[in-house]
Design a binder for this molecule. Structure first.
Ligand code: PEP
Length: 250
């Protein structure tokens, strides 16, 4: 049984103090959440303050990125060891904004996935095609390359130790959501690929999230799909009311 996972990706929003107030507000709105796992990925500077609040709740902490070395002369970088110490459970890797603006290619993503697994962090590996790639009929080819190359960096011991987020780049922050059927087609493809790469049992345990303009009015139909096991939510996670509604999808 795959427990649904809803992840808030705040990107570069909220200072440490804003983050604390927001999480307190959110907690006041969500109530009981035993049937779904919820993770918050604030900016690095807010990890500690959010971690302290989440430690008293069922919500868990995620980071938005990391470097692959445990320590060293890497100015400006954050290591998996540092994230673990703050009680991060997940780390988002290979987000399309990292690939597009910060030079994270398949090789870097593989190193990060390997390091996260070694240090006991669960990677949320983001994959997805651009609009041009979709129009050229390359969606499956791109997604397969991104999944295969990332797992060259390391394989999880259990299916539950890895999360994939399918995020069509054209749907991120644009208000355009893939239809549930179109998303399911890619999720089903990723499931088959994971069963091939990890074995049927493990591949079936991996949670595959959908990301790309998920909103309160689109979450229910997406979550009704067989291989959509949760959502990676950007914009709508910055509004406590909207995010609370997404967590309580029907
Ligand atoms: C994201 O940042 O991963 C994302 C899906 O953003 P949005 O929900 O704003 O499209």
């Amino acid at each position: 049984m795959r427990k649904p996972l809803i992840v808030a990706n705040w990107k570069m929003h909220n200072t440490a103090s804003e983050a604390s107030s927001f999480v307190e507000e959110l907690l006041g709105k969500i109530g009981e959440i035993s049937s779904v796992e919820v993770a918050i990925a604030p900016p690095f500077t807010a990890l500690e303050s959010v971690s302290k609040i989440l430690s008293k709740t069922d919500l868990v902490l995620a980071a938005q990125n990391m470097y692959w070395e445990p320590e060293g002369a890497f100015t400006g970088e954050i290591s998996p060891v540092m994230l673990r110490e703050l009680d991060c459970r997940f780390v988002i890797l290979g987000h399309s904004e990292r690939r597009q603006y910060f030079g994270d290619g398949d090789g870097e993503v593989a190193l990060k996935v390997g390091a996260a697994l070694t240090e006991g962090l669960m990677p949320i590996l983001c994959v997805g095609e651009t609009l041009g790639e979709r129009e050229q009929g390359k969606t499956f080819e791109i997604v397969e390359r991104q999944v295969r190359s990332a797992l060259d960096g390391g394989m999880p011991d259990s299916g539950g130790g890895l999360v994939i987020a399918y995020e069509p780049v054209w749907a991120i922050g644009t208000g355009k959501t893939a239809t549930p059927e179109a998303a399911q087609e890619v999720h089903g493809f990723i499931r088959g690929l994971l069963e091939n790469l990890l074995g049927e049992g493990l591949g079936d345990e991996v949670r595959i999230l959908y990301g790309g303009s998920v909103k309160p009015d689109s979450v229910d139909s997406l979550m009704a799909m067989q291989d959509i096991d949760g959502a990676l939510v950007g914009g709508a996670s910055l509004d406590a009311e909207s995010f609370a509604r997404i967590i309580h999808f029907k």
